[in-house]
Design a protein around this ligand. Structure first.
Ligand code: HEM
Length: 265
């Protein structure tokens, strides 16, 4: 068992004072990077959650064509993130967050695209106008300032681990995808059995990184930028959707569920 997992399991506090040792390093302080990012991206997160595209998706109002384009956009984004992560996997500011078998999504997305577009999927997709700047930014960061990759990895992977199970079910129902998971491999983390525990581990690893106050601020700005890129992709998809004539049903998610990070913020 990873020492951080042990730590996450056995948190103790000391007379109201948090002592951050290896045995209780999941007790968070507001200065911890994970908390700085969670708190400092709350507005961005609200905007993303409330964007028309996301709201429609949650209601099960998603057109197959848009789902395909969204999956393609994610493929370009994750290809970029994971390419830069591989280049920087030994960088001391990223190495503790290197979890390729647990987190990496590129291969899952490739499978989904093959299912959705067919065997020649690669010739049928392209990087959209809104996705390209996001991809470019990830490459610039990976090359020039790899510490900031932490913000990109956090924004995507922790988000996927939080909302993924709901989105998977909605997509399966709305698009009548098979219950065996074809088309929604992206949402299924084979190597993670307990998303809540994994998020705890990831946070504790983030909080062990030696980041000074200035770097923390840069990471927060980068995370907000990552949210903005995601929002731009949603807006683009929503616009494209207006021109697609396709039946949608309204069968989505109503009420609150729990999938290891419940949806009822
Ligand atoms: C976390 C909901 C969209 C990024 C979460 C959490 C929930 C949630 C319930 C769990 C918070 C916790 O663990 O305490 C949703 C819903 C969305 C949505 C309903 C709409 C479908 C997004 C988007 C992004 C995103 C579009 C960015 C691309 C994140 C991140 C976290 C998170 C980075 C981790 C926060 C942390 O560790 O504190 N979300 N989210 N979410 N979400 Fe979302």
């Amino acid at each position: 068992k990873d020492k951080f997992m042990m730590a996450a399991d056995s948190a103790v506090s000391n007379g109201g004072e948090n002592i951050l040792t290896e045995s209780d390093d999941d007790i968070l302080s507001p200065d911890d990077l994970s908390e700085v990012l969670t708190t400092g991206t709350k507005e961005s997160h609200d905007k993303a959650e409330n964007s028309p595209f996301v709201k429609d998706f949650l209601r099960g109002r998603i057109k197959r064509e848009l789902f395909k384009l969204g999956t393609a956009a994610l493929y370009y984004v994750y290809s970029a993130i994971e390419e830069e992560i591989e280049k920087n996997k030994d960088h001391p500011m990223f190495a503790p967050l290197y979890f390729p078998s647990e987190l990496h999504r590129r291969d899952a997305l490739a499978k989904d695209l093959e299912y959705l577009y067919g065997e020649d999927w690669e010739s049928k997709i392209s990087c959209s106008a809104a996705t390209q700047p996001y991809v470019d930014r990830i490459h610039v960061v990976g090359r020039d300032d790899p510490v900031l990759l932490v913000a990109h990895a956090w924004t995507r992977y922790m988000g996927d681990l939080s909302g993924g199970q709901i989105l998977k079910k909605v997509a399966q129902r709305a698009l009548k995808l098979p219950p065996t998971g074809e088309g929604v491999n992206f949402y299924y983390f084979e190597g993670i059995h307990n998303p809540t525990a994994f998020k705890r581990l990831y946070r504790s690893r983030m909080n062990e990184l030696e980041v000074d106050a200035e770097t923390k601020k840069k990471l927060l700005d980068e995370a907000n930028l990552a949210f903005k890129y995601n929002l731009d992709v949603f807006t683009e998809l929503q616009e494209i959707g207006k021109d697609i004539k396709e039946e949608v049903q309204d069968i989505g998610f109503h009420g609150h569920g729990d999938m290891g990070g419940d949806i009822s913020k």
